[in-house]
Design a protein around this ligand. Sequence first.
Ligand code: G3P
Ligand code: MG
Length: 245
Amino acid sequence: MGSFPRIIAHRGSPRKAPENTLASFRQAAADGARWVEFDVSLTVDRRTVIFHDDELERTSDGIGLLAEAEFEVIALLDAGSWFGPAFKGEMIPTFEETLELLAALDLGCNIELKTDAGREVELAAVALPIAAACWPEDRPTPLVSSFSRQAVAAAKEILPQWPRGFLIDRLPEDWAELGKTLGLATFNANQKHLTREQVMEVRGAGYGVLAYTVNEPARAEILFGWGVDAIFTDIPDKMVKIFGK
Ligand code: G3P
Ligand code: MG
């Protein structure tokens, strides 16, 4: 099942700093989080960068699709001004520099493989050797997750000893079979659709249940009461104060 802190900072601390940037991860550490979640995406020339959307527009001054952009273009973008003038010049981080920063900040992490259609296995094949090379062995092993079954299956082949989580909107019918086939540690589920019965059943089968994205303390209280192991939240400072690290 693995061992996780109760509070995982979702894309860093995205209410206080631009999501998925080094500033956001530093802020998450300052907020008291022990782990952060972030999204790893692939540029057209197979470089791994930390970015959530398919399109560049919302969280950077770029245009078009990240998956169609060269890294040298991505590396010049401003990923902070959209959030606020204090963050002007914040870059889209590389996977490597992110892992180095997290280790220096004493933060653990959930690496979400954010795939684009047709490159699910490719993303895992590029990203996971980087993760293995950059992540210090004496730090808690990261959880690798994805909405893509193919990416999680590739993670099992490439880095079998690292725990895997399968991201879901709703618990699929074949979850038990999937858990075995993919050798899962966790199901990372949309909290909106999660039920107490599901949490009990999935945990009873030996898997962790992580819930995204929980920004209401009252909802977190209910989920933890059902046995949810950890929540992803946009307000790590508040959640850590209420529920501990
Ligand atoms: O990994 C939890 C959560 O980040 C999944 O959804 O869209 O925020 O990446 P999303
Ligand atoms: Mg994510």
